[in-house]
Design a binder for this molecule. Structure first.
Ligand SMILES: [Zn+2]
Ligand SMILES: [Zn+2]
Length: 447
């Protein structure tokens, strides 16, 4: 046995001793949590519909934040407001000492015009980067707020017996600030909340969060250990040539043809250069701008796109390769290419040890409803990833599409995005049970 192994052995022995020293969650506690979840369901749906009817864009969640802060105060919590503009942090102190769990919900809506014909349809408008736009909770953050408010009320009701603390984190601007100004260092909501100390005191030992997704049957709980959602970065490439007549290309340097070659060349980063047997990756171009007239070869072309990865090393590597491929291909024709990459979201990755520890809890919560601990990775991104830097974390997907409609349901961000509200109670149960079981330190009791 080498020294490393001997150390690992001692370490796991310490964990085992630590675990047996704590008592399991009493079965009566989990049963009481479920009874309370049922009792609060109707109230939660009223909150959700109200939020849905009054959506607010990232960093403008003033009304939502006030409702949440008032609720948490009424539950007897210490509440901080105005964190990272509109964020709300509530701390519930259990009656007994123990670890700290943080639970997170995002509050922002999207510049989307709702087209569902619901009785509580949004007619709201907001200001998105200087323009007046229609606003809709097209990503379901209205449900996240209502689910976490209900969870807070249930946990506050069992405060006396809770061994530890619970931090309720309601964050702005998960989809990005609606008042974003490039170059100001302004960040997305989760990062700003962490920077302003939302998780500094008390510092959590574990963080849980969830997201509703269409395309999964109502009430489905889905998760996986390790990378769950991609990193998402934007990049722009400025290709500079020399302007000339379209009939005399040899008198200048053509940035249009160079850009076409670069864009094709960028596709070889994923297909030829990255080890995609490790993790998948994506390089996409979303916009190209250049030129003003059909017979003038312009001085400059600018194109922009998005980069997705599931591994932080591959992500960094991809950034370098985009710059290098662009510069080298441009150079071949005498043009110049300058690349700027802006990091937006890190990889959302579930801590393997925490995920394994909480698996029995999630399986019990799922009960007869569908669940999977090996859900397909999503190439979408989440700023929940910022919270994972503070403590081990676990992020879940919750299904909200009626059985039989999973394949045809409109995706999140669509004007037709629809939430089957019957699934939301599973979200409340999941967050409540995860918290209670984690605070009690060991796996949940058998039902
Ligand atoms: Zn979204
Ligand atoms: Zn979302």
């Amino acid at each position: 046995m080498n020294i490393k192994l001997a150390r690992a052995g001692l370490f796991s022995l310490a964990i085992a001793l630590g675990a047996t020293a704590q008592a399991a969650t009493p079965a009566a506690t989990t049963a009481a949590a479920d009874t309370a979840a049922q009792a609060i369901e109707a109230k939660m749906l009223t909150w959700r519909r109200d939020f849905h009817q009054h959506p607010e864009l990232g960093n403008a969640e003033v009304r939502s934040a006030k409702i949440i802060a008032d609720h948490l105060k009424k539950l007897g919590m210490k509440v901080r407001t105005g964190v990272a503009k509109t964020g709300v942090v509530g701390v519930l102190e259990g009656g007994r000492p123990g670890p700290t769990v943080a639970l997170r919900a995002d509050m922002d809506a999207l510049p989307v015009k709702e087209n569902l014909g619901l009785p509580f349809e949004s007619k709201a408008t907001g200001t998105y980067r200087g323009q007046t736009v229609p606003v809709m909770h097209a990503c379901g953050h209205d449900t996240h707020m209502a689910i976490l408010m209900a969870t807070a009320e249930i946990l506050a009701g069992m405060k006396k017996d809770l061994p530890g603390k619970v931090v309720f984190l309601f964050q702005p601007a998960e989809e990005g600030p609606s008042d974003f100004e490039a170059g100001t260092g302004q960040t997305w909501g989760a990062k700003a909340m962490v920077e302003q100390g939302a998780l500094a005191d008390p510092k959590p030992d574990a963080i849980f969060g969830l997201h509703v997704f269409s395309g999964m049957e109502t009430g489905t709980l889905a998760w996986r250990a390790g990378p769950l959602m991609a990193s998402a970065d934007s990049y722009s490439v400025t290709v500079t040539g020399r302007q000339t007549h379209g009939a005399l290309p040899w008198r200048g340097v053509d940035p249009v043809v160079a850009s076409a070659q670069i864009i094709n060349g960028l596709q070889t980063i994923v297909s030829r250069q990255l080890d995609i047997s490790k993790e998948p990756a994506i390089v996409s171009v979303g916009q190209i701008h250049g030129g003003v007239r059909y017979n003038i070869i312009p001085d400059e072309v600018v194109f922009e796109g998005t980069l997705r990865a599931f591994d932080e090393g591959m992500r960094e590597d991809m950034h370098k390769r985009v710059a290098q491929t662009s510069a080298s291909i441009a150079e071949a024709s005498g043009a110049k290419a300058e690349t700027k990459v802006t990091k937006i979201y890190d990889v959302t990755s579930n801590d393997p040890a925490l995920t394994a520890k909480m698996r029995p809890t999630l399986v019990r919560v799922a009960g007869a409803k569908p669940w999977t601990d090996n859900v397909q990775k999503s190439t979408g991104a989440e700023d929940f990833s910022e919270l994972s830097r503070v403590a081990p974390s676990l992020f879940l997907f919750l299904g909200i599409s009626k059985p039989g409609e999973e394949k045809t349901a409109a995706a999140n961000h669509s004007p037709f995005f629809y939430v089957d509200e019957a699934g939301l109670i599973q979200g409340v149960r999941a967050l409540t049970h995860l918290t209670v079981d984690y605070l009690h330190g060991v796996d949940a009791p058998k039902p």
